[in-house]
Design a protein around this ligand. Sequence first.
Ligand code: AMP
Length: 282
Amino acid sequence: MTATIVVNSVEAMRREVAGWRSQGFKVGLVPTMGALHPGHISLVEEARKYAQRVIVTIFVNPAQFGPSEDFGKYPRTLEADVEKLSEVSADLCFAPTVEEIYPKGFSTRVEMDGPARAELEDSFRPTHFSGVATIVAKLLNQAQADVAVFGEKDYQQLLVIKRLARDLDMTTKICGAPTLRETDGLAMSSRNVYLSAEERRIAPRLHAGLEETARRIKAGEALSPALESGRAALSEAGFAIDYFEVRHADTLARVKSAQDGPLRLLVAAKLGATRLIDNLAV
Ligand code: AMP
């Protein structure tokens, strides 16, 4: 265990990175919004496979929250987060203020097409991916890491970021990492703390619905009825579904049959006031 260094300025982060580079170390970047759980920690471990030094960024990015979303109440647990990072010997935690990231006069926003307009998350959170693309472009430029790791948990986001890095000729390699789940299948998420005890009991049905739908498709059932059964099961369990869809895994393009694959199931649904997302390879 090595204590994680915490810095708040881009300049201090760049100084550390320059020091590592001069020693020949490769650098990995793991962007997060904090309230760290084992899913985030698995990304640190993934980054370690490519890099001898790992930076975890913790920034609750106001630009990716809609006006009626949970920016104000999003959990902020920096002290506990740094402790968790020290336990896995993450080298640096970059925890900037909003002013450090968006100083007075800041005037740029990255707008994307393609996977950012797939009519999935973007239909329900219209400004979300431009907020994500803007902060990720900034973090990639600030850190100049060799590799950056993002979770498949946010599958559309992962494809958006891969597209962003390609389109803007960024040199950082973008890697995806599998979703870490609780033993009952619920995808780990900083937002799971919002769930009441009763909602927490129901929440694993989301993953179960994906599993059952994937099983039906693999068994040869046509996509539409398989999706309809999945939607019905979730509604029955008490979810208010935003979307439950199957798409091409690489492009998020709509598909007509399993032959159009590889396929990915993607879901977003509300349980009470909490919005959960998940996805699964078919
Ligand atoms: P967040 O702090 O929620 O913005 O997430 C930061 C990063 O952690 C993103 O790349 C997420 O996709 C990833 N992530 C979130 N939850 C999980 C999980 N359960 N397993 C793996 N990665 C995750």
